[in-house]
Design a protein around this ligand. Structure first.
Ligand SMILES: Cc1cc2nc3c(=O)[nH]c(=O)nc-3n(C[C@H](O)[C@H](O)[C@H](O)COP(=O)(O)OP(=O)(O)OC[C@H]3O[C@@H](n4cnc5c(N)ncnc54)[C@H](O)[C@@H]3O)c2cc1C
Length: 338
């Protein structure tokens, strides 16, 4: 029997999820994950994020457990133009992850299933790879899409501090504050042993903002204190980043399904897309991957785009209009989604 080989670029959430799924669906497939950093999980150069993770559907069989969970979130505070909504959620549906531990645990699980990890292995071009299929899980911006000139999806920008000994640590509450600049601030609890928080800002519509300054100002206004121990940020893909497939290459995670900024979901989409890509490649039916992703996410993608469009159009004319629209939008989402 001819053995199939799949090369995966990127050993983070989406890449490892794909590796696990491939092996679970067909253990004869040779799966190689190429990761540019030295370690899977605990590596200092590897990006952290807000680390809020909502488990939404039957697709995720392995919800995070043990040390990979910092906090179980049951309360959302959404503030839009001064109007506050408190949304309560069931326990074990939304977590703040210890992202590094979670990725480490996923990596161990993948290794047990026979996935091969090549660390310190930065892929420079897809020509280096000779697998029958390639999965691009290299994040945003995607390595392969840049090489092939396919990097077309809508992007936003983010900037985040992790603060320890913060006066704003509340272990069960995520706080999101939408503002008329066309984005939002977030305050998420992190490690309770350090009273740590992740505090950030994201803009969906404008790359010219000085997000660092905006975050400092926000901290001052809200009187948020704490010692900065980690800074991150960068591009965030907004909605599906088409194409999802190009010849024998599938794009997953930030390189493919992107994030849904209204709910902040990137981790969830990364895990699900990896899972689905693995399943359909194991069935040697890569075309079905794009079909399934569209089926699952098209509704949220359309909502996302209908939100972005007025944001682009009206923000400069009357920012208050955006806030009014957002409030309407969230009235709908509260009912339909969160
Ligand atoms: C500031 C910020 C806050 C965020 N907050 C949240 C949040 O609270 N909740 C949420 O759900 N999402 C959040 N996100 C989004 C979330 O981080 C991403 O959606 C998620 O990490 C995507 O996972 P991924 O595996 O596709 O990509 P990544 O996690 O970006 O991983 C890509 C991997 O590929 C490797 N790689 C890249 N290039 C190469 C190469 N050439 N060769 C080999 N390896 C390579 C990288 O080292 C990395 O390990 C946030 C993002 C940012 C920037």
């Amino acid at each position: 029997m001819i053995k199939i080989r799949v090369d995966i670029i990127g050993g983070s959430l989406s890449g490892i999820s794909a590796g696990i799924s491939l092996k679970k669906n067909d253990k004869s497939i040779e799966v190689i994950i190429h990761e540019k950093h030295k370690k899977i999980g605990y590596n200092h150069e590897g990006r952290r994020c807000g680390e809020a993770h909502s488990v939404e559907s039957k697709w995720i069989s392995d919800i995070p457990k043990g040390k990979s969970i910092f906090n179980n979130i049951t309360r959302f505070e959404l503030i839009i133009g001064g109007r506050k909504r408190i949304i309560h959620r069931e326990i074990n549906k939304t977590f703040v992850l210890n992202r590094q531990e979670y990725i480490y645990q996923l990596g161990k699980q993948a290794e047990k299933l026979g996935v091969i990890f090549l660390t310190n292995d930065k892929i420079k071009t897809i020509n280096e790879l000779n697998g029958d299929f390639i999965i691009d899980a290299s994040g945003c911006p995607s390595l392969v899409k840049r090489e092939l000139g396919l990097n077309r999806g809508i992007k936003g920008t983010t900037y985040q501090h992790t603060l320890e000994n913060s006066n704003y640590f509340i272990s069960d509450t995520l706080k999101v504050i939408y503002s008329d600049f066309g984005g939002y601030f977030w305050i998420f609890p992190r490690n309770s042993l350090k009273n740590e928080i992740n505090l950030g800002v994201g803009s969906f519509t404008n790359f010219n903002y000085n997000l660092k300054e905006m975050l400092e100002k926000f901290k001052e206004e809200q009187q948020i204190e704490g010692k900065i121990n980690y800074i991150t940020g960068g591009l965030i893909p907004i909605g599906i980043q088409r194409p999802l497939r190009y010849q024998n290459i599938l794009f997953i995670g930030d390189a493919g399904v992107g994030t849904y900024p209204i709910s902040g979901q990137g981790i969830y989409r990364a895990l699900i897309s990896g899972n689905i890509a693995g399943k359909f490649l194991a069935m040697k039916n890569p075309k079905k991957y794009a079909h399934m992703i569209n089926k699952i996410f098209i509704r949220w993608d359309l909502l996302c785009k209908t939100f972005l469009l007025p944001n682009f159009l009206f923000r400069k004319i009357n920012p208050k209009l955006i806030i009014a629209l957002l409030n309407r939008y969230f009235d709908f989402l509260n009912f339909a989604h969160i």
